[in-house]
Design a protein around this ligand. Structure first.
Ligand code: GAL
Length: 632
């Protein structure tokens, strides 16, 4: 079927043949065949070699390599080459270089060196895409299109004057009249009221110790996300004009780098979801981070198969200490992604560069050649991937628990004036996920706009740090609970509406007050290193609050600290819903969820570092401690 992820498995990586001679190309295809490589992502950073001066296109070398790959049975994920504008373009148009919040224009020399609202960049990118799509649309090697690369990785926002104009247009479209904007942003604070549209600037750096309006910053995140998405759509639509068959994707990024892009929104625009994931080498439990991100990616894909477009065979080159992978780790990583719905395993990159800033980044073909641990594992993995290819049409089994993951809440919580500087959006979702992972409870992810139908499939829905909730979203979760689902709602959920205006009458709105039966009147964040004890024996840190609960709730209370005697955790009677008004430590989070999962009768499998995941009737058992995987 066109415009979907093909129901098979892909194995390969980013391929940069322009860095190598024709002799090496011959060796490349021979080795690719040896390793069962069936797809390479081609041309991602090739703009300067494809268009050597304005409108002077040189496709001969690309023709040659695509033909060579095709003759050798290797498919192409053809990139649009727009991720790194060439020097002739930025020299002619220095105004297209991005500007920081402090007003500093950045220079040519790295990559993604363009302002996301630049009409020049957009026009030149689309012109290149038109040439590529026209030329290669019918080439049998082309299996899919790879638009740009990790959009927003280096240039997620731009504060230049061109961006300011686009920003005002976006605001006009959203609010229509200034009175609505002033109300949404609460501009009567600090004399911020706007009387003319042209008075509105991007949230540029303000005098030390003061910060731009948080609701404005939130909208600027939304605007920037949509500006970048518009760039993607412009390229995608140009490809579609010439190729109505091949699926079009763009590689998303792993979570902690990617918080400025709302992938729930982006997932609706790609033909299939693809993503990149790099282990944080020094995190001793980085396989949990991998699991979190792969499960989140499956959420973006609506449970359908997706593709791991990049990960590494060994060390990267951009962490503090670039540790190699342990024996077996690369294969275990790949299979963990596959079990979680990836249609294969792709890498950055095929052959390790000898020049440029990524020359010490691992690759499928290392500097030392093929008599190496990495190459032997690449060959072994290639065999595994091709033997599993029949799973390409299948999905990972659904979990019984869903977690709400919300970019708007993350953006809003990135403002500086929260109750505590220790608060960071992703920490609490990750704590909760990690505890469930350790207990062998699988988790799916849903957006805060999940419909009743989406939620109905889950026994429990977790809402950690869903700071912003519109009335409509709130109602959806209230209804879920009324219909018999169990909610787990944390502190700092439902505090503000989607404009970041605080809801009055007890923190957490109707969801917390009425559905959970908890009245929160005051926050009591804790100093670093302060531990509070709960009367249930659990321990917590970072957060306490003044709260009371309905008499028929089962509640546990803080035993010490300024909020001693106040409700910390509260469970409703009848179908249980839990309110968690503190940040439990790792062991206590595990204990809390262990009891709650038991009470709800939720399935557990694996544990102690071993995961059990089913996809298409195959049961994967991943031993993350010993780095081994078995399946049957
Ligand atoms: C990714 C990027 C690749 C490569 C890789 C290195 O973010 O898409 O081009 O730079 O990182 O880890």
């Amino acid at each position: 079927m066109p415009n979907q992820i093909p129901p098979t498995f892909f194995f390969g990586g980013d391929y940069n043949p322009e860095q190598w001679s024709r002799e090496v190309w011959q060796e490349d295809v021979r080795l690719m065949r040896e390793a069962n490589v069936n797809l390479v992502s081609l041309g991602i950073f090739s703009w300067a070699n494809l268009e050597v001066a304005d409108g002077d296109y040189r496709f001969e070398w690309l023709d040659e390599i695509i033909d060579l790959l095709h003759e050798n049975g290797i498919g192409v994920d053809l990139a649009t080459a727009t991720a790194s504008p060439p020097a002739w373009l930025t020299t002619a148009h220095p105004e297209m270089l991005p500007v920081t919040a402090a007003g500093v224009r950045q220079n040519h020399g790295g990559r993604q060196n363009y302002c996301i609202s630049s009409p020049v960049y957009k026009a030149k990118a689309v012109a290149l895409v038109a040439q590529l799509a026209k030329r290669y649309a019918k080439h049998p090697a082309v299996k899919m299109w790879h638009v740009n690369n990790e959009y927003g990785c280096h240039n997620p926002r731009c504060f230049c004057d061109v961006s300011a104009v686009a920003w005002r247009e976006w605001l006009r479209a959203k609010y229509n009249d200034l009175a609505a904007l002033n109300k949404a942003w609460g501009t009567d604070f600090w004399s911020q009221r706007y009387h003319e549209w042209n008075q509105i600037l991007p949230p540029r750096e303000t005098p030390a110790g003061t910060y731009p309006n948080p609701s404005m910053v939130l909208d600027f995140h939304r605007f920037s996300n949509e500006q970048i998405l518009d760039l993607f759509k412009a390229e995608r639509d140009e490809i579609r004009r010439h190729d109505s068959v091949s699926p079009i994707t763009t590689n998303f990024m792993s979570l902690r780098h990617a918080w400025l892009i709302d992938y729930w929104m982006w997932a609706k625009e790609v033909d299939f979801v693809s993503t990149d994931h790099y282990l944080i080498a020094q995190d001793s439990e980085n396989y949990i981070d991998l699991a979190f991100q792969a499960d989140l990616t499956r959420g973006f894909a609506g449970g359908k198969p997706w593709l791991l477009m990049e990960h590494s065979t060994g060390a990267v080159n951009w962490q503090e200490h670039n540790l190699p992978k342990a024996n077996g780790e690369m294969i275990a990583n790949s299979l963990s992604h596959i079990a979680r719905g990836s249609n294969g395993a792709m890498f950055f990159q095929w052959r390790q560069s000898v020049s440029g800033s990524e020359k010490f980044h691992s690759a499928m073909v290392p500097h030392a050649g093929t008599d190496t641990r990495i190459w032997r594992d690449v060959v072994k993995l290639g065999q595994h991937v091709s033997s599993l290819a029949d799973l390409g049409g299948s999905s990972t089994d659904q979990a019984q628990v869903a977690m709400v993951f919300d970019y708007d809440s993350w953006w809003a919580m990135s403002q500086r004036n929260l109750p505590s500087t220790s608060q960071e959006y992703w920490k609490l979702p990750y704590d909760w996920y990690r505890a469930l992972w350790q207990l062998g409870v699988r988790v799916d992810f849903v957006s805060p706009d999940a419909t009743a139908e989406d939620l109905a499939n889950y026994r429990a829905v977790l809402m950690p740090n869903v700071y912003l909730l519109s009335d409509q979203q709130e109602q959806q979760f209230i209804d879920y609970s009324i219909n018999g689902g169990s909610l787990f709602v944390s502190y700092f959920t439902g505090i503000s509406d989607r404009s970041d205006t605080v809801k009055l009458g007890g923190y957490g709105g109707r969801l917390v007050r009425e559905t959970l039966g908890v009245q929160v009147s005051e926050f009591a964040p804790l100093n670093n290193d302060v531990i509070v004890q709960l009367d249930s024996g659990l321990k917590a840190f970072e957060w306490a609050q003044f709260a009371t609960a309905r008499a028929d709730n089962a509640s546990s209370k803080f035993e010490n600290g300024v909020a001693a005697g106040q409700v910390a955790i509260s469970k409703t009677s009848g179908t249980p819903n839990w309110y968690v008004g503190t940040r439990l430590d790792e062991e206590s989070t595990k204990q809390f969820f262990s009891n709650a999962m038991h009470e709800l009768g939720i399935d557990r499998a694996g544990g102690d570092g071993v995961e059990v995941i089913r996809r298409g009737g195959v049961r994967f058992e991943i031993d993350n401690i010993n780095k081994t995987v078995s399946w049957r």
